[in-house]
Design a protein around this ligand. Sequence first.
Ligand SMILES: Nc1nc2c(c(=O)[nH]1)N[C@H]1C(S)=C(S)[C@@H](COP(=O)(O)OP(=O)(O)OC[C@H]3O[C@@H](n4cnc5c(=O)[nH]c(N)nc54)[C@H](O)[C@@H]3O)O[C@H]1N2
Ligand SMILES: Nc1nc2c(c(=O)[nH]1)N[C@H]1C(S)=C(S)[C@@H](COP(=O)(O)OP(=O)(O)OC[C@H]3O[C@@H](n4cnc5c(=O)[nH]c(N)nc54)[C@H](O)[C@@H]3O)O[C@H]1N2
Ligand SMILES: [Mo]
Length: 795
Amino acid sequence: MTDIAAPEIETPASASLPREDAQQTRHPRIAAYSGPAGGWGALKSVGQHVSHSRAPWKSVRSLLKANQDKGFDCPGCAWGDPEHGSSFEFCENGAKAVAWEVTAKRVTPRFFAQHTVTELLGWDDFMLEDQGRLTEPMRYDAASDRYMPISWDAAFELVAEHLSALTSPDEALFYTSGRASNEAAYLYQLFVRLFGTNNFPDCSNMCHEASGVGMKASLGVGKGTVLLEDFEHADAIFVFGQNPGTNHPRMLGDLRRASRRGARIVSFNPLRERGLERFADPQSPLEMMTLSSQPISHRYYQPRMGGDMAAVRGMAKALFAMEARGEFTRAASFIEAHTRGVEAWQALVEATEWATLEDQSGLTRAQLEEAATIFAGADNVICTWAMGITQHLHAVESVREIVNLLLLGGHFGRPGAGACPVRGHSNVQGDRTMGIDEKVPAWLIDALEARYGVSMPRTPGYNTVESLAALEQGKAKTFIALGGNFTRATPDSERTEAAMRNLELNVQISTKLNRSHLVMGKQTDALILPCLGRSEIDRSSQVASQHISVEDSMSMVHSSAGIKAPASPELRSEPGIIAAIARATLARVLPARGISDPVDWQALSENYDLIRDEIAAVIPGFADFNARLAHKRGFHLANPVRELAFPTSSGLAEFSHMPLPESVMHQQLARRDGWLTLQTMRSHDQYNTTVYGYNDRYRGVSGQRRVIFINGEDLARLGLADGDWVDMLGEPRPDGSERRAPQFRLVEYDIPAGCIGAYYPETNVLVALESHGADTGTPSSKAVPVRLERSSRIA
Ligand SMILES: Nc1nc2c(c(=O)[nH]1)N[C@H]1C(S)=C(S)[C@@H](COP(=O)(O)OP(=O)(O)OC[C@H]3O[C@@H](n4cnc5c(=O)[nH]c(N)nc54)[C@H](O)[C@@H]3O)O[C@H]1N2
Ligand SMILES: Nc1nc2c(c(=O)[nH]1)N[C@H]1C(S)=C(S)[C@@H](COP(=O)(O)OP(=O)(O)OC[C@H]3O[C@@H](n4cnc5c(=O)[nH]c(N)nc54)[C@H](O)[C@@H]3O)O[C@H]1N2
Ligand SMILES: [Mo]
């Protein structure tokens, strides 16, 4: 028996689909993609996106400046920038991100006059953002169900009024998305802590939290230990749970160069991802003219979702066996001098049966031994990873197991080796460095108190899922978002939206219209505060063109300055908006506590050099910030691990010895007839909740986002076929109600049986709010239990 209802069932009214752009079609084209990643396909796609943005020339000009010495930092991803070589590394998805921002389309007060919020709630994510850039501050008017213009000053006063009326500062939530600059993030955390809370839910909670937590426990530093140039010296690069062809395309350039030199690249990914197989560099005339391309992965292993910890443990087991046969030598003197706990880990690894490792990883002993042989044969190894590792319940354990493997080979403190969690948003790492952290490090509060002479809260605040719980329980009443799209990015969409409707105040500082602007309740005061994007000139009364700074995945801090006239003269910068909110709010709340505001917000927002002076005084590693930022490539934030100093409590790197999960999702579901493990991932035409289009070129899908990648065996077992339309059902909610994502087209794909893939955010409705890492709060978006039901949508 399976859970598939044989005849067609009626789609419940609650599961109706939002209005979609006509580009999304009921007859998508599905055909295997035979080209390499990059190449002519990438150039053609950029042309289409630039022309869709209706600002071709300006876009192109901006593009050419992105990631150059004097231009702005690409808002695409957090991959590092090269020191030499071509000053402009072409990246299809970076180009799309920029074209999306510099679009000629505008959302004006007239647009809001024409569409009620209820109407807009019926639009899909693509249509909402595709209306263009937000142009003026707006306030929701419940009577007409429309957003109406409001002056900036009135908007700031309104925020101050709400915040100062709260019973406790802990009733306020302050969300941050990882695009915010260091300067904006520093001001934001300073304001919020002076206001009196550590409620900093951020996108990192849903992203690389486990990398930070795991690496900090093992190495004492929660950041990657490699620089871009290390990729030039690595002999083997292991890529876990990452799709760089789409999400970090510039990384492909580095992998391609490494592959050409003969470095072994080994991918662990349940899906066959084109970008990990072959890449043609759009900047290589030879590859473009001859239609040739470079193979990327030397070996491509397809574990089952959640199987990586077992896979790495299997590699370790093989290495210990090889060592006993004299075929592998551990880095004995490094281990002796700098680490602790290898014996306990080895004992645990050796006690784990091959059968257990094979079952959990979905890989064979022979495959894991082969991977171990590649590891053993490389002098310098880099391991990289992203969401395929971190969005699991046992993510911290997996990260630490990867670090164990690197420690065993002594792959720290030398060129070409190390751990490289590849971050997502272009400044998500910098935001954390600036103190956007609900867990409040004591040193930070000490430093802030010393600098500003005001006592600040020390109790941890809410992370993202805790914020949602607080909203559901009515403990949180106001929400300010510095960028992002909280209601779409978070799990359990229907529940999240119901929780957001409890808000008294919803403030969105943003560039584009999205669903987070639209979900509100009867008593919600909602504000849209439109801000400048990275590409735009940020002018103040003091400085003609202000620059900001960001930190990439390699801990390089560098400056970024916009080059394009703002989308609207009304736009304000993020630091400017935060400073104004801070000034208005603190003027109300601090005097009541007998304190005067220690910060000259106006001065800081008009000259970011002054913000950087504050950062230099408070945040370690930023001494002389302004001067060092003037350097062409910025500067590297020293990572002690590179010097073999491990700031753990023991002063040594700690081998973890954590048990494997008793079973991971695919093992649990193997015992439940008809259930599959879903990973929610990105298509090639999206940036998180920002949907650029309905195509996923490398996976061969065009014209449709509601697709499920599924193995042929599963199709046969469930009595379904490629091309059928189904609904996905998750576990029922605690109150017994149904979690349903309606109407997806099945696509037969090279993915392990029992594992399926579909795009987020459409699938977030299926991700249970209570299913998150215990030590990270990260939703397990790569291990969602679902079953399929035939749907009424006829292809
Ligand atoms: N163009 C573009 N660039 C982006 C983004 C974007 O949306 N669009 N988002 C940015 C952000 S915020 C982030 S965090 C990064 C995300 O970058 P990625 O982590 O590459 O993003 P996902 O699409 O979530 O892809 C996860 C990959 O992991 C694989 N995977 C899933 N589960 C498992 C597993 O259990 N084990 C293994 N080994 N693999 C697994 C999937 O098949 C997929 O290839 O990209 C950043 N860059
Ligand atoms: N199921 C599932 N859920 C996930 C994930 C997953 O893989 N699966 N991934 C998670 C991850 S890794 C992340 S990082 C989060 C992402 O979560 P968020 O960071 O909250 O979401 P984004 O989609 O990046 O935010 C897009 C919005 O940001 C605004 N924006 C764009 N540029 C700017 C700017 O320069 N300034 C300001 N102020 N606003 C701007 C625009 O209005 C746009 O609509 O989602 C998480 N959610
Ligand atoms: Mo992310």
